[in-house]
Write a protein that binds this ligand. Structure first.
Ligand SMILES: [Zn+2]
Length: 422
């Protein structure tokens, strides 16, 4: 292992400049800028290192156009004989930089042992660490049976439909092609992330009747109906959700409970004409909700908590009418702590950092959901060098030492999963 570790240490400059190069390709999503450039940049590098490289454009998935093609890259290196396949999956997309930066978000400047930029932490730094780790194994000439794969996929930040979901539908994340998956999302360098809570997004619309704003009694205000619903949510649902606590090791602490975010409310006529409101009684008000739920909860019960309140209002409140439709839903997923990939990564963390790793569950979903749900592969974790809280923040950065540590953990985990070391 010593020679592998010193090889990884010696690749520090390369690791930093590769991360910088990735950050300088601003793969902002939405809309999905520069995917092709980024996928091909990664593909060219891995081809040079001996991988066979394949590109898969996710035609007809949300957002895919000739201007914004959803291009994914999958690289594969086969060992001397057949065996297990270890796959590292990273998403190439980043969120918009937003306000509040003190450095250029797409320059990738290095300061105080950190690389700054949008996507350094989430998750181009993790991607770079996995590439360096696998290249180090190959350069060491370590003989192994089995296969190493690295993929760069799109659209994780918008649901992953054109990325991991698309590839999973095509069998890229199922046995026998793949056995173990590590997703280098930023969950901190000494933690193993086993999965995530569930999510349900829905839109509730209350309906009214339009009338002149000077005679509201002749109409029926959809906004007043919505406020009666919001009142019930405040009085009854929020306190009830506070009571639900999971045995899943979710971080941060607050996310151990069920949560509900009221994402947006839109009601009445808009102010498009000279900023003046239209003097009308609103006949529609729409609320979008983001409900995150626990492994102990059933999705039908989660939905019923909302519809029960709405139906109660239909009974009790004159003229209350509503529509509801689902926008998105994913069940919670949690890999078993005894799964091979969990054991391999945990043992490697202990080896390298001398610390017993913490098992965590992510408050939000990530691409593991598609691997579990579509690929039916349950030997999957997220493990990566970034600091979770920095994701999507201004002045996002990745600590270079953490990338080196993570690369060592990834390399040793791979050798364990391929049976090279025990
Ligand atoms: Zn991410």
């Amino acid at each position: 292992m010593e020679s592998l570790f010193s090889r990884i240490d010696s690749k520090r400059e390369d690791l930093v400049s590769f991360t910088q190069d990735l950050v300088r390709i601003p793969t902002i999503n939405p809309p999905g800028e520069d995917y092709t450039r980024c996928a091909e940049f990664l593909g060219r590098r891995l081809a040079k290192s001996g991988f066979s490289v394949l590109y898969e454009r996710a035609k007809n998935t949300p957002g895919d156009t000739d201007r914004y093609p959803r291009k994914n890259v999958i690289a594969r290196f086969e060992g001397k004989s057949s065996g297990a396949c270890v796959h590292f999956n990273s998403h190439l997309d980043v969120v918009v930089p937003g306000e509040g930066w003190t450095v250029d978000p797409f320059e990738g400047i290095v300061r105080d042992g950190k690389v700054y930029g949008r996507g350094t932490c989430d998750m181009k730094g993790g991607l770079a660490a996995s590439v360096i780790a696998m290249e180090a194994i190959l350069e060491e000439g370590i003989n192994f049976s089995g296969t190493i794969e690295i993929s760069g996929t799109v659209d994780e930040e918008t649901g992953g439909y054109g990325g991991v979901a698309f590839l999973a539908e095509k069998g890229f994340f199922s046995k026998p092609r793949v056995d173990h998956v590590i997703i280098p999302e930023p969950l901190n360098v000494d933690r193993v992330c086993l999965g995530h809570r569930g999510v349900w997004w829905a839109e509730v619309e209350t309906l009214g009747r339009i009338a002149h704003g000077s005679m509201p009694f002749l109409g029926d205000s959809a906004i007043r109906h919505m406020s009666s619903f919001l009142e019930l949510i405040e009085k009854r649902l929020f306190p009830a959700l506070e009571q639900k606590e999971t045995s899943m090791p979710v971080v941060p602490e607050g996310a151990k409970r069920s949560t509900l975010n009221l994402q947006a409310v839109h009601g009445g006529e808009d102010e498009s004409f000279l900023g003046m409101p239209s003097p009308c009684v609103p006949d529609s008000c729409r609320l979008t909700i983001d409900r995150r739920f626990l492994i102990e909860e059933n999705i039908n019960e989660v939905k019923a908590e909302i519809t029960d309140l709405l139906n109660e209002l239909t009974e009790s409140r004159p003229n209350f009418r509503y529509r509801i439709h689902d926008i998105m839903e994913f069940l919670p997923t949690m890999t078993d702590v005894d799964a091979p990939v969990v054991k391999a990564v945990s043992a490697s963390i202990l080896n390298i950092s001398g610390k017993n790793p913490e098992y965590v569950i992510s408050p939000g979903t990530y691409d593991q959901k598609h691997i579990a749900r579509i690929g039916h592969l349950h030997d999957c974790v997220a493990y990566g060098p970034g600091i979770l809280d920095l994701a999507h923040q201004p002045d996002e950065y990745i600590v270079i030492d953490d990338m080196i540590t993570a690369a060592k953990v990834m390399a040793v985990s791979t050798l364990k999963l391929l049976g090279v070391v025990s």
